[in-house]
Design a protein around this ligand. Structure first.
Ligand code: GLA
Length: 503
């Protein structure tokens, strides 16, 4: 099975990342994000996500002073001192054609202007992380095509550290796992135009019982920066339950990160409110109300996700995909460029035979249709897209879900609106996300376990009128022109996603 997968992927790659969509996929296509940001005077790194046959030659017109493009790798690097919005025209050319698109490079005080995309080690690898795993993941990010549709961050989660600091109070890397240190891994990841994230906790110990950063915020932030870290996920295990304490501790780390001279995205992993309080602590701290003002770029809104559509048995400290949807959907107004609700990482394609936390007792895994719906809903909700499966060995169905660039484009839309659940008719739900070009992305979700449903959207519900084009973002097909409404045929646990546009 594994050999077949590798061979199939290799043959796809030799055809220039072409999939079943055929030869037109050989022509270069530049994918979002079309806006990216950095703090002034800090190292800037951006790979222009581009699908199509290799080799590609890139060019960029209008790069601000301090940045340069490597025309054969598509990586822009450097540092920009002056704040400002810099519009850049990008071009990608190969033997089959040429394409251009616009990118805005914003040098200012806000990172993560679109939801961060990447991969995180926790959901599949748990404690089993290492230098070689992270390098292999970086390689797979390229060979799978994920890098070319915008996945960028590779995040090392808990248990890269030792439980104790050294005699100078310095946090210690577990050298059995990372024998060359973290910087060597960061250098490797950066050489591919990708970014490296790391994990710590606002207490003495992390959830996994190794050293956290409480009381050492500035020292650890400086260490992370010196290693070349680009993102910090900051957990709240073993910390006092009070909301005021959480606010103080997160603010302290945000300020420490800001002083480092690197642009480090800050991920607040404080689980949010509701359900069973995790790790024996009180919930209800509502991070969505304060996380942005203390410097968080995204914040968890729920307990830990499980590899399950629904959970039918008690599963401590966890939520299913549907529970998470119900907790995250009402929070749409809190999301926007630089500050996103985080309904936790993707479980698409996680192998249920592995004994990891997401696969605890009672967890069944999901059908491919359920994984498609999970991806659809996370894209509609402008959630960070952090895959957690073993991307070194994924099958084509899983890969097709993760690299659906039409769906990713709605997630990465620069307007930065989270879809609202505009209708809830029992098992039939409708989600609508306005997009920067005046079009709408609409999700039609059937939560019924066995019955098909026809779920409709009326133009007046979106405040639009007249004839509209409707494009199905899973079929990759424009379905035609419709006046007044569109009705989708939706199977059990399916989420049809359409883009509705005037033309
Ligand atoms: C918490 C977080 C998870 C993961 C683990 C690591 O449970 O919510 O996402 O980081 O800790 O121990």
């Amino acid at each position: 099975m594994r050999i077949i997968t590798v061979v199939t992927i290799l043959s796809l790659l030799s055809a220039g990342c072409s999939t079943e969509k055929g030869k037109r996929d050989l022509v270069p296509l530049i994918n979002p994000p079309f806006i990216t940001s950095n703090y002034p005077g800090t190292p800037f790194l951006f790979y222009i996500p581009t699908e199509g046959a290799r080799p590609v030659k890139w060019s960029a017109i209008g790069l601000p002073s301090g940045l340069s493009l490597d025309v054969s790798t598509g990586i822009i690097q450097g540092s920009v001192v002056e704040k400002g919005d810099y519009p850049v025209t990008l071009t990608a050319e190969n033997d089959y054609g040429k394409t251009s698109s616009n990118l805005i490079i914003k040098i200012g005080d806000l990172l993560a202007l679109t939801p961060p995309m990447g991969w995180n080690s926790w959901n599949t690898f748990d404690v089993n992380i290492s230098d070689s795993l992270i390098r292999q993941i970086a390689d797979s990010m390229e060979s799978s095509g994920m890098k070319d549709v915008g996945y960028q961050y590779i995040n090392i989660d808990d248990l890269w550290q030792l439980p104790y600091r050294d005699q100078n109070g310095k946090i210690q890397i577990n050298t059995a796992k990372f024998p060359h240190g973290i910087k060597a891994v960061a250098d490797y990841v950066h050489s591919k135009g990708l970014k490296l994230g790391i994990y710590s906790d606002a207490a003495n110990l992390t959830c996994g019982g190794v050293a956290g950063s409480y009381g050492y915020e500035e020292q650890d932030a400086m260490d992370f920066a010196s290693w070349g870290i680009d993102l910090l996920k900051y957990d709240y295990c073993n910390a006092p339950p009070s909301r005021d304490t959480a606010i103080i501790r997160y603010k302290r780390m945000a300020e420490a990160l800001r002083k480092t001279g690197r642009s480090i995205v800050f991920s607040i992993c404080e689980w949010g409110e509701g359900g069973i309080p995790p790790h024996g602590q009180a919930g209800g701290r509502k991070p969505y109300e304060w996380a942005s003002s203390v410097g968080g770029n995204y914040w968890r809104t729920t307990l830990d996700i499980r590899n399950s559509w629904l959970l039918d048995v008690y599963n401590a400290g966890s939520n299913s995909i549907m529970q998470i949807l119900d907790m995250n959907a009402p929070l749409a107004d809190y999301a926007g460029p630089g500050h996103w609700n985080d309904p936790d990482m993707l479980v698409v394609g996680i192998d249920t035979s592995k004994t990891t936390v997401v696969n605890r007792a009672g967890v069944k895994g999901c059908t491919m249709e359920e994984y498609r719906s999970h991806m659809s809903l996370w894209c509609l909700m402008a959630a960070p897209l952090l895959a957690g499966n073993d991307i070194r060995n994924m099958n084509l169905d899983v890969r097709e879900i993760l690299i659906n660039s039409e769906l990713i484009a709605i997630n990465q839309d620069p307007l930065g609106k989270q879809a609202k659940r505009i209708r809830d008719d029992g098992d039939a739900e409708v989600f609508a996300k306005p997009l920067s070009d005046g079009s709408w992305a609409v999700g039609l979700l059937n939560r019924n376990d066995s019955e098909n449903k026809n779920i409709g959207i009326e133009w007046q519900e979106l405040g639009i009128s007249g004839e509209m084009h409707v494009r199905d973002l899973w079929k990759h097909e424009t379905l035609g022109r419709f006046s007044d409404n569109f009705v989708g045929h939706v199977e059990p646990h399916q989420c049809v996603v359409v883009r509705i546009f005037k033309k």
